[in-house]
Design a protein around this ligand. Structure first.
Ligand code: ADP
Ligand code: SF4
Length: 698
């Protein structure tokens, strides 16, 4: 394959201060859950992107001193030399692959609530944090301002000495420098408050200090939310005004939108934001600077990237999520391997995993976060020791597709991926058809291309296999990936019992699959979608039915509507959107009976409540389709008699989980299929302090 010449522009080098980026692909800072605490994971995760062609890779936010502490959210810390010793591994990895390493030095100011350090948060004024409303900061005295500037210089110098090429004075998502800049946080009446010039003073002075200390050796970058799209920052005109004031001190402008409370508008989910959406605001920065600009917007289309550079809006194509979903995106464009690009689907599960799980993962890329601890490479696959076997994978959902692909890449003689449905995808045959989730279809698209290209993998659809037909299939290794189904009787987490009168054989009781796959008609006008799960399914069905003209009430026994979508930064916008399209939302409703056109139950305070419903959609819990596996496993002799040496199960068939985990499960089994006991995951390398002896003070 050769690259389209119109993409050549993406491979031009770009100078930033004393450093040169080898091309225009730039991994902007983003969270991983690794910080300095998991140095191996940090180094190899970023190093993989450097290998994949990103000209610069950056850490996540790197807190410059112990008076800025966000624990338990894992940030990088630059509190002392040991932190930098750990972080130097990352710089080494970046350099090994010809990339620059950047560190996003920052101070959380008001929002850093000091849970571990027990130090008070600090800000320009004593105003409670809009991010953690129970945190009230100390209003910074002049001595505090001076100390923070010194801390910044110390952190910058240590970072340079540890090998970092790009040093940030990051204010970004309403961190301390932006808190000074923003009248929302800054009500000071001294030289640091009032006019734009005064509010910019802290940031400008810090930039001057950092530049004087490391500017000859490192590029100095600023990350600025140019438009807060909410109260917690500055509006576009002031953002641009700051660029004018600081331009002479900056080698690279890294510009985005949003704030810490409106982060959902920066890391915008595909449900609400199309590719390139930030250009509307960040495209304006060029008007006032000739310095290199990097912007983001979930860009995966090389045509769009080249257009943006050619337009002059940005010099560099920034990416967090597209670089997680495909660390080799630049290389694939460079080599013209367009069909190989694993495009981010904009689901924000990476954020869910990094922020809430303290270890990043990705729906599209099962190897993300596993580079160090499991030694996985997204593009390299070892030939399997038992590759001279035939493998049958039953079920072509996320788990089965991913497993078959990795088995194919590991060189198995023959892999058959068989599904009862007319096409591959499993649950992803219908999930992308829910309103707003169309981009999730990329999950199947990429896998369909891979399966097509693997000559040793055959996909067979519209074929339902029984236990007997599996035994007689002729494969030595059998893997069941038969997925899960929604409960048809209202079984749920809160009662661990079905709901009286709930039975999806009735015409007025429906499950998600009945609606989305079987075309079961929804009777009447008033529909209650009852959610006991809390992620996207109930909200999606409610919106779909509202779009079809039904009068929809979305009721949940949980404390709020779709709480899991808060972890993916979708929650507040989703609830607003559901409201805007006319869906009534009721949290804290525990259903106990469905009868007489009513759903009976209790409200959040235990008082009886009845909801009128011609039809009820049950989104309560899923159950594994494990019967086939259990039937096969029950008779090991019958398997052996047919020459089957191993039987495994993966994905939702083991336990119903998010798509990322089902795919991971399939990937994991295929990576470890030639180990002694493939059913049990190999231990992974953990990063923690291990005492050599019982060194506890008495
Ligand atoms: P996962 O998320 O674990 O991959 P899914 O529910 O998305 O699971 O996919 C499971 C797939 O398995 C579905 O496409 C379903 O049609 C298929 N399947 C289930 N049972 C059988 C069977 N007996 N024979 C063939 N395919 C099956
Ligand atoms: Fe993109 Fe989803 Fe992967 Fe995040 S988890 S990088 S949003 S595909």
């Amino acid at each position: 394959m050769t690259r389209d010449p119109k993409h050549d522009i993406l491979f031009e080098p770009v100078r930033i201060g004393p450093k040169t980026l080898r091309n225009r692909f730039y991994q902007v800072p983003h969270c991983t859950g690794f910080g300095a605490e998991k140095p191996g994971s940090q180094a190899l995760f970023r190093g993989m992107k450097a290998e994949g062609g990103w000209a610069a890779v950056n850490t996540e936010e790197a807190l410059i001193s112990s008076d800025t502490d966000y624990w338990p959210v894992v940030s990088t810390r630059v509190w002392d030399e040991d932190d930098l010793r750990n972080l130097s591994l990352m710089a080494d990895e970046a350099h090994k692959h010809g990339s620059l390493a950047g560190i996003e030095l920052t101070h959380g100011g008001v929002h850093a609530d000091g849970r571990e350090s027990r130090r008070p948060s600090m800000g320009p004024s004593q105003l409670a944090s809009d991010y953690h409303p129970f945190v009230v900061p100390k209003a910074m005295e002049l001595g505090d301002i001076e100390r923070v500037r010194e801390d910044w210089v110390r952190a910058a110098t240590l970072s340079r000495d540890a090998g970092y090429d790009i040093i940030y004075v990051y204010g970004g998502h309403s961190y301390l420098p932006l808190q000074f800049l923003s009248p929302f946080y800054n009500k000071r009446t001294d030289a640091y408050g009032g006019s734009l010039e005064n509010r910019a003073r802290f940031w400008l002075e810090t930039l001057e200090d950092v530049r004087a200390a490391v500017g000859d050796d490192c590029a100095v970058a600023v990350r600025l939310c140019i438009e807060a799209l909410g109260p917690a920052g500055v509006e576009l005109e002031e953002g641009i005004g700051f660029v004018v004031l600081a331009d002479h001190l900056v080698d690279l402008w890294d510009v985005n939108v949003g704030s810490i409370t409106d982060w959902s508008k920066d890391s915008g989910a595909s449900r609400f934001f199309p590719e390139g959406y930030q250009l509307e605001w960040t495209g304006r920065v060029r008007e006032v600077t000739a310095k290199p600009i990097v912007g983001v917007g979930r860009l995966t289309s090389p045509d769009r990237m080249a257009e943006i550079v050619r337009s002059g809006a940005w010099d560099l194509i920034g990416a967090a999520r597209p670089s997680i979903a495909d660390p080799f995106l630049p290389k694939k464009i460079e080599e013209g391997l367009y069909g190989e690009i694993r495009e981010c689907i904009g689901c924000n599960v990476c954020i869910m995993k990094a922020e809430w799980g303290n270890h990043i993962g990705c729906t599209q890329n099962a190897t993300a976060g596993e580079e160090y601890r499991r030694g996985w490479h997204p593009e390299k696959f070892e030939p399997a020791a038992n590759a001279d076997n035939d493998v049958l994978v039953v079920g072509a959902g996320p788990a089965g597709m991913e497993c078959a692909i990795v088995l194919g890449k590991r060189g198995f003689r023959r892999v058959h991926l068989v599904d009862a449905a007319p096409e591959i995808g499993g649950v992803m045959r219908w999930v992308p058809k829910l309103p707003g989730l169309g981009e999730w279809g990329r999950f199947v698209n990429w896998r369909a291309v891979q399966l097509e290209n693997l000559k040793n993998v055959e996909v067979i659809t519209a074929t339902e296999l029984s236990a007997q037909s599996i035994r007689e299939y002729g494969a030595e290794i059998v893997i069941l990936a038969t997925g899960a189904r929604w409960a048809t009787d209202g079984l749920n987490a809160l009662t661990h019992e079905p709901i009286s009168g709930a039975d999806a054989v009735l015409p007025n009781i429906l499950t998600p699959e009945q609606i989305m796959l079987e075309g079961k008609a929804v009777p009447g006008k008033r529909v209650v979608v009852y959610d006991a799960e809390g992620y996207f399914t109930a909200a999606g069905l409610a919106e779909r039915l509202a779009g079809e003209g039904y009068d929809v009430e979305l009721a949940t026994c949980l404390e709020r509507i779709a709480p899991v979508t808060d972890e993916t930064l979708e929650g507040p916008m989703l609830r607003q959107h559901l409201h805007d399209v006319g869906i009534r939302q009721r949290a804290g409703f525990l259903a106990s009976e469905i009868a007489d056109g009513l759903v009976r139950g209790t409200d959040e305070f235990g008082e009886p409540l009845e909801l009128e419903a011609d039809a009820v959609v049950l989104v309560t819990q899923r159950l594994s389709n494990e019967a086939l596996y259990l039937e096969l496993a029950e008779e090991p002799d019958a398997l052996r008699a047919e020459g089957i040496e191993a039987l495994y199960r993966i994905g939702d068939c083991v336990a119903p989980r998010i798509i990322a985990e089902a795919a991971f499960d399939g990937h994991r089994l295929a990576r470890e299929i030639d180990c002694e006991d493939p059913a049990t995951p190999l231990p992974y390398t953990r990063e923690r302090i291990v005492l050599e002896s019982a060194a506890i003070r008495s």
